[in-house]
Ligand binder design. Structure first.
Ligand SMILES: Nc1nc2c(c(=O)[nH]1)N[C@@H](CN(C=O)c1ccc(C(=O)N[C@@H](CCC(=O)O)C(=O)O)cc1)CN2
Length: 285
């Protein structure tokens, strides 16, 4: 597998940025294999994702970030992130009692669909330990009450740091994540919310949708922020329903939607194709 570097950047837009960045790569014998860019003309912001092969690249891998910082980031006021294909992202899954998203994530992982490591699963209920055992992933139980929440989250964060976890997926985890954990993993906690946001935030969106009598329901995957169900949206999808559907029908129809929306969002995050900016996202092709 060819080792590559992925660079995601954004900065105030001006002529010549793309040419300078691609020139830096090609002059140093890097073979560009992917480039996507977008200009937000309202905010006048330039966004780009570029990937190149490192085989003949003249700049040593450990020096690329410094070179880029010195040559371009300061000159253009860039915000950039650099990733290398030989550094597998490490993903933790948080789950409560509902298993459908957990099964889907672990089936895709076991099938080798994703260039990722899943060192552990965390839950506030023991119910899904048998699923983790079936896939051979360590399961860690942290029951949460109002009284124990802060202490339990502190222990969870120590465990995540011990296992060098890079990002967290909330696979129908029904506890509100604290600001401390969000600050430790900024735009690195992905949630699946079982509604077409911004409609029906909170823990019981299917009941709210049923009471409202909507004809379409949806699912939304977003990065978690302190404001509930209000973080940058990564992926959404919908399905039609009718007056004949009970709440349980909505839950059942919603499960398939939640699985596919969450897995699409996780895949885009793993492929470094998501750039969060001002509570929105740019999703590269
Ligand atoms: N800081 C955030 N934490 C979480 C978010 C988020 O957007 N920001 N999303 C939730 C998931 N979720 C909806 O998608 C959700 C989960 C739980 C609740 C809720 O009110 N929970 C109650 C307890 C419920 C229970 O014990 O069953 C609570 O925490 O008091 C609302 C929305 C995941 N976390």
């Amino acid at each position: 597998m060819m080792k590559t570097a992925k660079l995601l950047l954004h900065c105030p837009d001006k002529p010549g940025i793309l040419a300078e960045v691609t020139d830096f790569i090609t002059v140093n014998k890097g073979n560009i294999i992917y480039l996507d860019q977008y200009v937000d003309h309202v905010e006048n912001i330039f966004f780009m994702r570029i990937e190149w092969e490192l085989e003949n690249f003249l700049v040593p891998q450990e020096k690329i970030e410094d070179y880029f910082e010195t040559l371009y980031a300061q000159k253009y006021g860039m915000n950039f992130r650099l990733y290398f294909s030989d550094a597998k992202p490490r993903m933790a899954i948080f789950v409560s009692k509902m298993s459908h998203c957990l099964f889907d994530l672990l089936a895709r992982y076991t099938a080798g669909e994703w260039n990722v490591e899943i060192p552990l699963i965390i839950s506030n209920h023991p119910d899904l330990q048998h699923v983790a055992e079936r896939f051979g992933i360590p399961f860690h139980l942290f029951p949460i009450t109002k009284e124990t929440k802060e202490e339990q989250e502190k222990k969870e964060m120590e465990l995540l740091a011990k296992h060098k976890v890079n990002f967290i997926v909330l696979a129908r985890y029904m506890q509100v994540i604290s600001e401390k954990m969000i600050d430790a993993y900024p735009n690195r906690i992905i949630n699946i919310h079982h509604s077409f946001l911004p409609a029906f935030v909170g823990a019981k969106p299917y009941h709210a949708a049923f009471e409202r009598g909507v004809k379409i329901i949806g699912a939304t995957s977003h990065y978690v922020t302190t404001e509930l169900d209000a973080g940058p949206i990564i992926e959404q999808d919908v399905v039609r329903i009718t007056h004949k559907d009970t709440v349980q029908d909505l839950v059942n129809k919603g499960k398939d939607l939640e699985k596919i929306v969450l897995s699409r969002a996780v895949q885009k995050h793993i492929e470094r194709k998501v750039l969060a900016y001002k509570n929105k996202t740019v999703i590269f092709n």
